[in-house]
Write a protein that binds this ligand. Sequence first.
Ligand SMILES: Nc1ncnc2c1ncn2[C@@H]1O[C@H](COP(=O)(O)OP(=O)(O)OP(=O)(O)O)[C@@H](O)[C@H]1O
Ligand SMILES: [Mg+2]
Length: 228
Amino acid sequence: MAEYGFPGDTLCCVALTFDDLLRRARALPRDGRRAILGIAGSPGAGKSTLAQRLVRELNGTGERWVAYVPMDGFHLADAELERLGRRDRKGAPDTFDSAGYAALLRRLRDGTEADEVVYAPAFERELEQPLAGAIPVDPDARLVVTEGNYLLLDTGAWTRVRPLLDEVWFCAADEERRVRRLIARHERFGKSHEEAVAWVERSDERNAALVAATRDRADLVVPAEELT
Ligand SMILES: Nc1ncnc2c1ncn2[C@@H]1O[C@H](COP(=O)(O)OP(=O)(O)OP(=O)(O)O)[C@@H](O)[C@H]1O
Ligand SMILES: [Mg+2]
């Protein structure tokens, strides 16, 4: 059992279980229309872990009525970041193809030809590069779960994202644990401890501050620790 609340913490604060989240997600597709659930949160908060568990448990065995489409797949390639002079702040809002992400969400929302699979890109963590055509969304997928840092940002093309999402949940983590896990993950993917700490302090934490400021725009705040 965990605590959760509405943004601002003024409206209410009630107990919540993972089953409650499953029920809430299950109820989103209505009138035969495909729904899109967004999960926002700071770097390393546990968004991907939470989203993947939701999708796994909603689908059960053998079903594919829920699709997982992470915002991460819209990272610009390193070659393009070099060209733009933004390689040293990879992960910042202007290092993603935000307009492309919004366009894909719109396509997923509007629906396509009856038998058309929509392909989304993935972010390949070993290569640290986006990979086109990696994630198939079946035509009969009734729910899409998307997750990423900037779903609630109100600058540039990010502003197009929120209206395309039926609900946005904000994955809130204990800050100390979040930073510790982020450093550990950078180390796991090849950085030395010093490099990992420096990257987190210089880059991830600047982005985390931007994301934290968007928390009040979420429909629901989910505490990562107890639910993932
Ligand atoms: N509840 C948890 N308890 C312990 N470790 C966790 C928990 N949730 C996530 N982690 C670990 O913390 C790290 C970050 O989690 P995750 O990748 O889900 O976060 P994220 O918000 O998607 O991060 P990013 O913004 O970088 O994509 C991972 O290594 C994951 O295994
Ligand atoms: Mg993630």
